[in-house]
Design a protein around this ligand. Structure first.
Ligand SMILES: Nc1ncnc2c1ncn2[C@@H]1O[C@H](COP(=O)(O)OP(=O)(O)OP(=O)(O)O)[C@@H](O)[C@H]1O
Ligand SMILES: [Mg+2]
Length: 281
């Protein structure tokens, strides 16, 4: 595998429908427009897939790569502004749970891939499934998307608690989505920070607020990324700011900064979830 540093960013949030996929797609486009070679991996088999949002029709998926039928190059789709996409499939979902043969096939498929990559973005599913947890704990950066609904804060906290207590993830970046004002985003972040300060051993950084904007829905209807459909809207500009903040974060200089490390962590058996197993709160 390659020695080229790759920034691996997982976009997650616990609650469904908070805007993880839209943020992932548009962050990907923003990175691509900043000339970062970016791949967005769709790790959610749900309905609102990345390829559907962008009007792409995948012919092959990672499942075909795992079975040895196709190469990774045949699976990767070309998205807007040069963003590359690995579409959702059972192959991505079960990546954290592979047979030794599939494991070897996956490593082989991704060998040398790191050389052609600066940023690997992962759009995760809602919830706290093993798959979500595996992707987030293996990534260097965990972006937690929240919106102004009580269940969004409680679900985001529940996810961060499992990641922190059972999987030693101790740093989270927070994006407030669908905000009616900048103050609303800051208040959301303050709520999350208060509860994390009290109960978790983790640091939180606020990446910013994305306003609620009808253009997001219109862009989805037109099968386009917001950054291409309506680049001058406040929502598009707010996403660009978040992308710049993520881009300016350093990639670790040690092994953690390489794609190999991500796959090693992803493919490693999950540590025993002591906290969950003991049913503590
Ligand atoms: N900033 C925004 N302004 C207005 N609507 C938005 C915004 N962000 C997302 N939406 C809308 O919210 C809905 C859910 O968005 P999205 O599919 O990105 O969420 P998700 O968190 O990925 O959902 P799931 O958990 O189902 O994967 C979509 O209809 C989308 O158009
Ligand atoms: Mg989604």
């Amino acid at each position: 595998m390659s020695q080229h540093p790759v920034k691996v960013i997982a976009v997650t949030g616990g609650k469904g429908g908070v805007g993880k996929t839209n943020l992932s797609v548009n962050l990907g486009v923003a990175f691509a427009q900043m000339r970062r070679r970016t791949v967005l991996m769709d790790a959610d088999l749900g309905l609102a897939n990345v390829d559907i949002l962008l009007g792409l029709s995948p012919q092959f998926t990672l499942a075909d790569v795992l079975s040895g039928q196709r190469t990774l190059q045949q699976v990767v789709l070309n998205g807007p502004s040069g963003l590359k996409i690995i579409p959702a499939s059972s192959g991505v979902q079960k990546m954290a749970n592979l047979s030794p043969l599939e494991h070897a096939g996956l490593i082989h498929a991704f060998s040398d891939f790191g050389d052609q990559l600066d940023i690997l973005l992962i759009d995760t599913a809602a919830g706290i499934s093993d798959s979500v947890v595996s992707f987030v704990r293996a990534a260097q950066e965990a972006v937690i998307v929240v919106c102004d609904e009580p269940s969004s804060i409680t679900d985001a906290y529940a996810l961060m608690k499992v990641l922190n207590k059972d999987h030693q993830v101790d740093r989270f970046r927070v994006v407030a989505n669908m905000c009616r004002s900048l103050a609303e985003g800051q208040q959301l972040f303050a709520k999350l920070q208060a509860v994390c300060d009290r109960f978790l051993d983790a640091s939180l950084q606020y990446l910013g607020a994305i306003p609620f904007d009808e253009n997001v829905r219109k862009a989805v209807q037109s099968r386009k990324a917001l950054l291409e459909f309506a680049p001058r809207t406040k929502a598009a500009q707010a996403i660009q700011v978040v992308a710049q903040r993520l881009d300016s974060l350093p990639v670790p200089r040690n092994a953690r900064g390489h794609l190999e490390f991500f796959f090693e962590r992803l493919l490693a058996p999950p540590p025993i979830a002591i906290h969950t197993a003991m049913g503590q709160h």
